[in-house]
Design a protein around this ligand. Structure first.
Ligand code: SAM
Length: 344
């Protein structure tokens, strides 16, 4: 679709980029995302099947979405995910079909996903140290994540990225090793500021390693860092080292990109969120299951996007005293407030 024909919100931001969460379940318990012992899960009967998800994606595509990213929870714990990839890859209007994964099951599944038509993969990897991984993510399977990255690196995905959330007192000493690792395996590393999203109940401002500090650390090790001039809605600002290595920084906490944000999120049970920080979503499952026509769904999505004025991360930045976005009792009552339900 011509950009000029895309549906735009109140700030002229187009509806382009859909993050499709396929499950709220995860096989890790990262301290910055799922620190609690118990969670309330979405009822299984509410989870969209692949035909339902695909039908909703058709409506989004019709309105201008051309980039879809599978996420979760952990997308690879959803059974037969390759079937959904096949359905989505068959839609020519989707120019970019990607997945964000924690990598635990990637070595096992990457080949099938690649053949099904998955274009790009981003793996979350915050540490190269197995004992640190165990403390941070409560899993002993760190080697599986590395195996997943290395398997994916050989399969010809159009891009392989590594996303690392940098947290003070946890892994801020690993930026250089992570970048070197990415370079070795042919993956572009992106350093993510710790965000005060729903679920991050242990967040505090002191734990955020800001963009400026990330760049300072890397410049001390690698020398001058050159920003790449890339206008557009991508969340990561990209930089180049003298030797040509490119990396990114996603500074959603200290330098949000709301102004150009074209992303929205569909949860595994069909609630549509216009912002990671939004308090409420629009229920698309209910009308879909009640038999709404494609045109009716289209009108609902179009009208909702046209009314969008969310600037969640910028509003958070403007707060004087910043603390976790949602308190534990509220999270325990409504899983939709969780990052692991909305997809990161
Ligand atoms: N399970 C998949 C994964 O690990 O990539 C996909 C879902 S996960 C919620 C998506 C991304 O959100 C991951 O890269 C994760 O590190 C990031 N994330 C979760 N909580 C975060 C937080 N509080 N601040 C910054 N990033 C966070």
């Amino acid at each position: 679709m011509e950009p000029s024909l895309a549906v735009v919100d109140r700030f002229q931001r187009p509806l382009r980029n859909l993050r499709l969460s396929v499950t709220d379940r995860c096989n890790l318990r990262c301290a910055y995302c799922m620190p609690e012992r118990d969670y309330l899960w979405l009822p299984r009967s509410d989870i969209l099947d692949f035909e339902e998800a695909s039908a909703l994606v058709d409506v989004f595509v019709d309105l201008g979405v051309d980039r879809v990213r599978l996420t979760g929870g952990e997308p690879l714990v959803r059974r037969n995910l390759a079937e959904l990839v096949r359905l989505l890859a068959a839609k020519p209007a989707i120019r970019d079909l990607a997945m964000t994964t924690n990598g635990l099951l990637l070595a096992e599944k990457a080949k099938e996903l690649r053949s099904a038509g998955l274009g790009r993969v981003t793996v979350s990897l915050d540490t190269l140290k197995p004992e640190r991984f165990e403390a941070l993510a409560r899993s002993r399977d760190h080697r599986l994540v590395l195996a997943g990255i290395e398997e994916a690196a050989g399969l010809g995905f159009s891009a392989l990225k590594i996303d690392s959330v940098i947290i003070r007192g946890v892994n801020e000493d690993e930026m250089v090793p992570l970048l070197d690792y990415g370079r070795r395996v042919g993956a572009e590393v992106r350093f993510i500021e710790y965000m005060d999203v729903g679920g991050a109940t242990r967040w505090s401002p002191e734990k955020v390693v800001a963009r400026a500090e990330i760049l300072g650390t890397l410049a001390r090790r690698y020398g001058p860092i050159h920003p790449l001039a890339e206008p557009g809605p991508a969340p990561a600002e990209r930089f180049r080292l003298v030797d040509g290595t490119v990396f990114g920084v996603i500074a959603s906490t200290t330098a949000p990109f709301c102004r150009s944000c074209d992303r929205s999120r569909l949860t595994a049970d069909g609630l549509w969120y216009l912002c990671l920080y939004a308090a409420r979503g629009t229920d698309l499952r209910q009308p879909l299951r009640a038999g709404a026509s494609q045109q009716e769904l289209r009108s609902l999505i179009e009208a909702t996007w046209k009314g969008r004025s969310d600037r969640g991360a910028e509003e958070r930045l403007a707060l004087r005293d910043r603390s976790p976005l949602v308190a534990r009792p509220a999270l325990q009552q409504d899983p939709h407030l969780e990052m692991h339900t909305r997809g990161g």
